[in-house]
Write a protein that binds this ligand. Structure first.
Ligand SMILES: Cc1cn([C@H]2C[C@H](O)[C@@H](COP(=O)(O)OP(=O)(O)OP(=O)(O)O)O2)c(=O)[nH]c1=O
Length: 183
């Protein structure tokens, strides 16, 4: 049995591209309990924490977990607390390049975990305040690391990327496919 330890509908959709059959069981962890770490280490340890929580409940399963963070000049940008925080984040990212990191882990019974952290660089167009407000009106910023979704209306904020598009959405599909193949 394969379990995706995520409540994110985007991760469920992306995993379906490479795994035909799996169950969804969100992990229950307190993200605030984690120490402040650089983004790559942070997403790796979050993916590990989520996996460890599920392994306690499903010791016989293959467990896939992930976490996504946006990093701008070494500042970690998670989900915005409210619209104002989302505005401030998008204003800061306007005309700049930032990094999106997703940590992904595969845990199998009686085997060491395999883990990867994948980086995608994202260049934003210079955005006017009116453009940012118009984007916030879509409500898409809610529940998204970095306050945008590249797969939706957020596509218009992005000039270009370097790396895996799916990694920005929340799951580095091609890296994960290789991890599963190696297992
Ligand atoms: C930057 C960006 C983030 N995101 C999303 C992906 C993640 O779902 C979310 C980051 O939050 P996460 O904490 O990684 O994941 P989650 O809380 O949604 O789900 P779970 O912890 O149960 O696995 O931001 C997009 O959908 N598009 C984007 O362009």
């Amino acid at each position: 049995m394969i379990i995706l330890g995520s409540r994110s509908p985007r991760r469920q959709e992306l995993l379906r591209l490479i795994v035909p059959d799996f169950e969804v069981q969100p992990a229950q962890i307190d993200e605030r309990a984690l120490p402040i770490l650089p983004a790559p280490e942070y997403v790796a340890s979050l993916a590990a924490e989520k996996g460890a929580d599920l392994a306690k409940r499903y010791p016989m399963a293959t467990i896939i977990t992930a976490d996504t963070m946006v990093s701008y000049q070494h500042q970690l940008l998670g989900k915005p607390a409210n619209r104002q925080a989302a505005f401030d984040t998008l204003h800061m990212l306007s005309g700049q390049v930032h990094e999106v990191y997703t940590g992904v882990q595969v845990l199998q019974p009686k085997q060491p975990a395999t883990r990867a952290v994948v980086e995608t660089k994202v260049w934003f167009w210079p955005l006017t305040a009116a453009e940012i407000e118009a984007y916030l009106d879509t409500n898409e910023y809610r529940d998204k690391a970095g306050s945008y979704g590249i797969q939706g209306y957020g596509a218009r904020l992005v000039e270009r990327i370097d790396g895996d598009f799916y990694n920005v959405v929340g799951l580095p599909v091609s890296t994960l496919a290789r991890m599963l193949r190696a297992n």
